[in-house]
Design a protein around this ligand. Sequence first.
Ligand code: GUN
Length: 302
Amino acid sequence: MNGNNSDIKKKIIDGKLIASEIELSISEKIVELKKQGIVPSIAVILVGENPASVVYVRNKERAAQRCGILSKKEIYPASFSEKSLLNKIEELNNDPLIHGILVQLPLPQHINEKKIMEAISPDKDVDGFHPLNVGKIFTENSPFYPCTPYGITKMLDYYDIPVKGKNCVIIGQSNIVGKPLAIMLMNRLATVASLNIFTKDVKSIASKADILISATGKAHLIGEEYVKDGAVVIDVGISNIDGKICGDVNFEKVVNKVSKITPVPGGVGPLTVAVLMENTVKSAIIKSGINTSIKNVLNNKK
Ligand code: GUN
């Protein structure tokens, strides 16, 4: 890294800033909702003690508190049975005071994630993982878009980064990030390449990207030879190396080549959490049946 600090600063996609603006606008809406007796609420379920999941759940809980959303945290041991989890979800599906249900992934191996995602009522599926809502991404009418891809589209919009006609390369094809993001970028008429662990010559494909998104969880995988001059680089990875949080991208090595880049931490993470709050408020508004101007602020497109 040899650019000066202010040049580098201009390139940074400030996820924290965008997230705080989203949270502020949500908080204002929540004040209005509360005047009408509606308190948006989310149930967050954590099974087991995966250290990363513990941190993510805590971040979600704190964001809910900041916005004025009621969060009901349900923590169960790794031995919790699939049947018990399904019963819990059923109970929350039937609770009129709960607007959003989130089961933190990954789940312990004895629990079938697909079954769990399908058990969550699609109209409380603020994670956007129910197959019905996933299918609706195709037709751009999902009530809840998966939070990480949705947050990424918000970043692109915030900085007026054009997507139409651009080469977008997504490294990692998870159900949570890579696959839904590919469809969402295709919906915006990008040319999208989805890469996985069997992809040959990732470097040569990645280095043709106008927008490169890495979601592998492999710390510092992306060096300068993966990045085209002037590319936008979005880093979804979060790794802990010797107690230091870092992303998939070797920031120092690539920052001089890019036009924009997300830092880790402070990039994609805060936005993922903020749009989860937005989805929860949206659910509360839809469920309440109220038809006010607050609804307008919650559309999914720019
Ligand atoms: N694990 C990693 N990311 C996510 C997410 O966005 N939602 C849930 N439920 N689990 C996750």
